[in-house]
Design a binder for this molecule. Structure first.
Ligand code: S3P
Length: 449
């Protein structure tokens, strides 16, 4: 689907409520499916990725019912899944595969659950997911005794369930997906498992494990899980800061904007974008802080700021804002001076190569952005060339070449935000991919007009 976006000639105003966090929605379904008892999950994400997780656990025989569009009732016997239809042994590709769709979180976390079950399974994904690296989870799971066959480190993953044993693992990557996979496997293994990472990655798994009474201990960047049975409890999912990020950037760069984004998760392992905004000159106020099912949450007021400055984003910043980097590039294009992003090489392994694709597409609309091996540099321009730096195309014309989304939801939405300040109308190809995490995106923009 080709979407055209025009420059806004007035500020964004009013109030929106940001929909459910994708990372927490996945975990709410997964963990409730292996916790003992019955619970409600409220404010579940309507994104396609979270529905891949939901359908997978239904397929595995967990009793999951929708009470309304966003409320689930989940009943589980505990950490060994029922599997109504046992998969053939050896597992065959075909009718018995579990489909993870486009979702890396589904495939990587569910592998940690399935590796220790007493049945076999095959995890498949769409074209993009089948290209994403899985060795990062296969290696540590294999050290725990798992039996996983892949296609040269990629899906489909054939998992022959067996009893696992605990390990001490030092990860080179700060990845919440790898960490969560190993913690899930450790929950049902023999003996303790420790996982250590170079910087702290998002800690939703640790928080939800604690809330559901798993035997888990955290010490800086090290987590220890002792095999235990989680107890089902109701979970309210807070709003997604990664979705709010598009609105935070829109509010900062669209002239005269001033609005409130309600119910945003501000977990410190996810809120790197708020620190970056502060470093660039501010424009965001955090209001009404509270704790919801173990997760910090707040309302955010965002106001247009015409004196943003470039900054350096690196090291431990990166896992705290990895998914926001595409829209931060758009923000940086509207700041004075350079914004340098380093140590973000894993951005190349997301739904697209987000370094290469971001640079290629933003260049088409006149952003001065350079690709580096582990990130990018945006040479900002506001002040000197306000209103021009995101505009190369002839006046009163749609940008000749549409921007390609590469089937990547976060690129599609980042380009849309760029379009709001671009001199000419832009077109984005593959805008329907926003359904992966944030189907409500455009209707919320319209709510602020
Ligand atoms: C996620 C972790 C991050 C993030 C992804 C969701 C999670 O991936 O990019 O969108 O829910 O654990 P990595 O763990 O690969 O960094």
């Amino acid at each position: 689907m080709l979407k055209t976006v025009k420059k806004l000639n007035k500020g964004l105003k009013g109030e929106i409520t940001i929909p459910a966090d994708k990372s927490i929605s996945h975990r709410a379904v997964m963990f409730s499916s292996i916790a003992k008892g019955e619970c409600f999950v409220r404010n579940f994400s309507s994104g396609a990725d979270c529905h891949s997780t939901l359908n997978l656990f239904k397929q595995l025989g967990v009793d999951i019912q929708f009470l309304d569009k966003k409320t689930l009732k989940i009943k589980s016997e505990g950490k060994l899944l029922p599997v109504i239809t046992p998969l053939p042994n050896p597992p065959l590709r075909g009718g018995n595969e579990c489909d993870c769709g486009n979702s890396g979180t589904t495939m990587r976390l569910v592998s940690g659950i399935l590796a220790g079950q007493n049945f076999d399974s095959v995890l498949v994904g769409d074209e993009s997911l089948s290209k994403r690296p899985m060795k990062r989870i296969i290696e540590p799971l294999t050290l725990m005794g798992a039996d996983i066959t892949s296609v040269d480190g990629h899906a489909p993953l054939t998992i022959r369930g067996r009893k696992l044993h605990g390990i001490d693992y030092i990860s080179k990557l700060a990845s919440a997906q790898v960490k969560s996979c190993i913690l899930l496997a450790g929950l049902n293994a023999e003996g303790k498992t420790t996982f250590e990472e170079p910087y702290i990655s998002r800690d939703h798994t640790e928080r939800l494990f604690k809330y559901l009474e798993a035997d888990i201990k955290t010490e800086g960047t090290k987590v220890t899980i002792t095999p235990s049975q989680m107890i089902a409890k109701d979970i309210d999912v807070v709003g997604d800061i990664s979705s709010a990020a598009f609105f935070i950037v829109a509010g900062l760069i669209v002239k005269d904007s001033n609005f409130v984004i309600k119910n945003v998760g501000i977990n410190p392992t996810r809120s790197g974008i708020l620190d970056v905004v502060e470093r660039m000159g501010g424009g965001v106020n955090i209001l009404n802080k509270r704790l919801v099912s173990g997760e910090p949450c707040a309302d955010i007021r965002v106001q247009y700021n015409d004196s943003l400055k470039g900054c350096v984003i690196e090291g431990e910043d990166i896992p705290r804002l990895i998914d926001e980097l595409p829209v931060i590039a758009v923000l940086a294009s509207q700041a004075e001076g350079d914004t340098i992003v380093k140590n973000a090489e894993d951005l190349r392994n997301k739904e697209s190569d987000r370094i290469k694709c971001l640079v290629a597409e933003l260049t088409k609309i006149g952003v001065n952005i350079e690709e580096t091996q582990d990130g990018f540099i945006v040479h900002g321009g506001r002040g000197k060339c306000a209103g021009k730096c995101i505009d190369k195309s002839p006046a009163n014309n749609t940008t000749a070449q549409p921007l390609e989304s590469y089937h990547d939801h976060r690129l599609a939405m980042s380009f849309y935000i760029a379009g709001l300040v671009c001199g000419n109308e832009i077109a984005i190809n593959g805008f329907e991919w926003t359904k992966i995490s944030f189907p409500e995106f455009e209707s919320l923009i319209n709510q602020l007009l």
